[in-house]
Design a protein around this ligand. Structure first.
Ligand SMILES: Nc1nc2c(ncn2[C@@H]2O[C@H](COP(=O)(O)OP(=O)(O)OP(=O)(O)O)[C@@H](O)[C@H]2O)c(=O)[nH]1
Ligand SMILES: [Mg+2]
Length: 326
């Protein structure tokens, strides 16, 4: 099964969300902290000020800034709402406010962006990011997702910096049912990537997912290593890597945005896997990333379990956080 149908499935599930309350409810539960922060506070603001007026916008601004939405994005959201207020020529009521916010947020986040797939041969996905952001976990979850769709996956243990990293990937490979290509600790990561591509071609695998190191002696070394892996896989498989996913910890706020800028400049990140969204009361980073960095959020991690990965769907996200406002 190809990757398009994988993500189409998720998009469809959001389109038919009325028939899919269970899925959305569990999604909302996972996002309870995000909601507790932005939406909980917006809802309590609306109870106090049930109309969208100037004072409402001032208070909303403070809430968004505190939730890591960032100044640029907050300004854009507020000007969108002010515009609506002007056009209406009157104060807006609670349901109109919610609807407007949902629409503005969906607009800001754009359309869902599926993972890019190879025209033919295996699709190569590199997962990059600083240490501890959730790279290996994301690789494991993504592998499981593909496996449950009947795809053949090869994992590459290109984080050779620590032996434990290789073993950790091996465990995920066993859980998800995928072969792990590994070398010794300290081996050349590009050689592991090369072998993973060879193995994928030999077995006719659908995907190669590479787990990369988050920490090296210096950032320059790390970026050089990632560039070398990219070059090597590009020689082995046309168009590879098809995705360079940056694992970004949703709890890292402004720091996360800075990481995204650095990685974007060095290794041409094609998408963000935003991890630990379940563990933050500041989900505003979702809005800030898209708006200020311009890289689409493609996946979100909402827990430590193998199933806790979703394709990111802006409309679904807006609906989930604005619970009860369909
Ligand atoms: N709650 C929660 N925890 C997560 C999520 N994703 C990863 N984690 C946890 O974050 C920790 C670090 O995850 P790893 O996958 O090892 O991170 P990494 O980027 O590979 O780390 P290094 O290889 O050391 O750079 C682990 O305890 C994971 O269980 C998520 O979406 N939600
Ligand atoms: Mg790791």
């Amino acid at each position: 099964m190809d990757m398009d149908s994988n993500f189409k499935e998720q998009t469809e599930s959001s389109d038919s969300e009325k028939n899919n309350k269970g899925f959305l409810a569990s999604f909302r539960d996972k996002l309870v902290k995000t909601r507790g922060s932005i939406v909980g506070r917006i809802q309590s603001l609306m109870k106090r000020r049930p109309v969208l007026d100037k004072e409402f916008l001032d208070e909303l601004e403070a809430i968004l800034l505190q939730a890591d939405v960032g100044i640029e994005t907050t300004t854009r959201l507020l000007s969108g709402l002010s515009e609506r207020l002007k056009q209406a020529g009157r104060s807006l009521q609670e349901d109109e406010v919610l609807e407007s916010l949902k629409e503005e947020i969906t607009l800001l986040l754009g359309s869902p962006e599926p993972l890019t797939e190879a025209m033919e041969g295996p699709t190569v996905i590199m997962v990059v990011g600083v240490n501890g952001t959730g790279k290996t976990t994301t690789v494991g979850k993504l592998c499981h997702k593909f496996r449950t769709q009947g795809s053949e996956v090869i994992l590459g243990a290109t984080d050779t910096f620590r032996a434990a990293a290789i073993d950790q990937l091996e465990i995920w490979g066993k859980r998800a049912g995928a072969r792990v290509i590994r070398h010794e600790e300290g081996a050349d990561p590009a050689a592991v990537a090369y072998d993973a591509c060879q193995a994928a071609k030999a077995r006719g695998a659908d995907y190669v997912i590479l787990d990369t190191a988050g920490r090296l002696h210096t950032r320059v070394n790390l970026m050089k290593e990632l560039e070398k892996i990219k070059r090597v896989v590009g020689r082995e498989i046309p168009g590879a890597p098809h995705e360079v996913l940056l694992a970004l910890d949703a709890t890292s706020g402004q720091n996360g945005l800075n990481q995204a800028k650095v990685f974007k400049e060095s290794v041409e990140v094609t998408g963000i896997a935003l991890t630990k969204l379940d563990g933050t009361a500041k989900g505003g980073i979702v809005l800030a990333i898209r708006d200020t960095i311009g890289i689409p959020v493609k996946l979100i991690g909402i827990g430590e379990g193998i199933e806790d990965l979703r394709g990111f769907n802006p409309k679904e996200f807006a609906n989930a956080v604005f619970q009860g406002s369909n």
